[in-house]
Design a binder for this molecule. Structure first.
Ligand code: NAP
Length: 272
C-alpha cells in the first residue's frame, strides 16, 4: 500500500511517513535502514546537519537511481550554526553533502534565542533562490511562533515537534491547525522508551497489529506527518504497514487518556 501525502499551505505535498535518521550514524546501520526503507516504499527522509549523515543520504539516494523529484529530503540547520549566524553558509555545505541543488524542506532545528530571527530571514532567502521548496521550524512553541509574526514575511509551513500518545500537546496542535501549519511528529515511538502500556497492548491485539503500529497509526489519524526511526529491517517495514486498518472511536478515547506530558528529547518550553 503506498504512503499518502499531506498538502502544505505552500502547495507542496509531503509523504506522511518519513524515515527518521537521528542516531543512524554507523555506515552499515545507515545502509541497512535505508535499503529496508526504499524496499518498503519510503520516499521521505528526515536528516539534519547535526546527525552527521547528510552525505551518507546523498550517496544512498544516488545509488538508488530514483528521480530526484520522486524523493522528499528534509534537513535542519543546527543550533550551533543558527547561534553563529551561519545558516545560509552552512546550508551550502548541506546541499553539497546531499549532492542535490535543493531540499524539499529546510527547518531551523531549535528556537535558538539569539539567532533565530536572522536564521529565519535567511531561510526565506534560501527558498526565494530555489534552495528549499518549503521552509519550517522545529521545536517551536506557541510563543516562538507568535513572535515570528513580528518579523517573518512568510510563516513556517511545518513545525516538527516531539509528539506521541504520551505527549499529545493539544494547545500547540490547535494553534498549528488554526494557522495552517502541518505538524510533524518526531520520536513518534517515544524514542522506544515506553513500549509496555496495557491500553496500547490491548488495542494492538484487537487489530492484530504491533504496539509500534498503534502508536504510529494514532499520529496518522491525528493528521501528522510521522517520522519513525529504525535500523531493524522488519521494523522499518512494519512502520509503514499502518494503512490497512483504522483505530475506532473507543481506541482513540483510550489513547487520548494516555497523555502524560512525557518528553524523551529536548524541552523547548522554557526557551525565551
Ligand atoms: P522513535 O522513532 O520514536 O523511536 C526509535 C526507537 O524505537 C529505536 O530504539 C528503534 O529501535 C525502536 N523502534 C522503531 N520501530 C520499532 C518497532 N516497529 N517496534 C519496536 N521498536 C521500534 O525515535 P527517534 O529516533 O527519537 O525519532 C524519530 C525521528 O524523529 C529521528 O530519527 C529524527 O529524524 C526525528 N527527530 C527530530 C528531532 C528534532 O529536534 N527535530 C528530535 C528527535 C527526533 P531500532 O532502531 O533498534 O529498530
Amino acid at each position: 500500500m503506498s504512503i499518502p501525502s499531506l498538502k502544505l499551505s505552500d502547495g507542496n505535498e509531503i509523504p506522511q511517513v518519513g524515515l527518521g535518521l537521528w542516531r543512524v550514524g554507523k555506515e552499515d546501520e545507515f545502509q541497512t535502514s535505508f535499503a529496508a526503507a526504499t524496499e518498503a516504499g519510503y520516499l521521505h527522509f528526515d536528516t539534519a546537519q547535526i546527525y552527521g549523515n547528510e552525505e551518507a543520504l546523498g550517496d544512498a539516494l544516488n545509488s538508488t537511481g530514483l528521480a530526484r523529484e520522486a524523493v522528499w529530503i528534509t534537513t535542519k540547520i543546527s543550533v550551533e550554526r543558527i547561534a553563529l549566524g551561519l545558516t545560509a553558509r552552512s546550508f551550502v555545505g548541506s546541499l553539497k553533502k546531499l549532492q542535490t541543488d535543493y531540499v524539499d524542506l529546510l527547518l531551523l532545528h531549535f528556537p535558538v534565542t539569539l539567532g533565530r530571527k536572522k536564521a529565519w530571514l535567511e531561510l526565506e532567502n534560501i527558498k526565494a533562490e530555489g534552495g528549499a521548496k518549503s521552509i519550517g521550524v522545529s521545536n517551536y512553541t506557541i510563543k516562538h511562533l507568535e513572535e515570528m509574526k513580528l518579523y517573518a514575511t512568510e510563516m513556517p509551513v511545518v513545525n516538527q515537534v516531539e509528539l506521541h500518545v504520551f505527549l499529545q500537546q493539544p494547545e500547540l496542535l490547535e494553534y498549528c491547525r488554526e494557522h495552517g501549519i502541518v505538524v510533524e511528529a518526531y520520536s513518534p515511538l517515544a524514542h522506544g522508551k515506553k513500549m509496555d502500556d496495557p491500553t496500547i497492548i490491548a488495542i494492538a491485539q484487537k487489530h492484530h497489529k504491533s504496539y509500534a503500529q498503534i502508536m504510529l497509526r494514532w499520529c496518522v489519524d491525528k493528521g501528522f506527518v510521522v517520522l519513525p526511526k529504525s535500523v531493524t529491517p522488519e521494523r522499518v517495514q512494519q512502520n509503514v504497514d499502518i494503512f490497512d486498518f483504522q483505530l475506532d472511536e473507543e481506541d482513540m478515547k483510550g489513547l487520548a487518556a494516555l497523555d502524560q506530558n512525557l518528553r524523551t528529547c529536548w524541552d523547548p518550553t522554557h526557551v525565551p
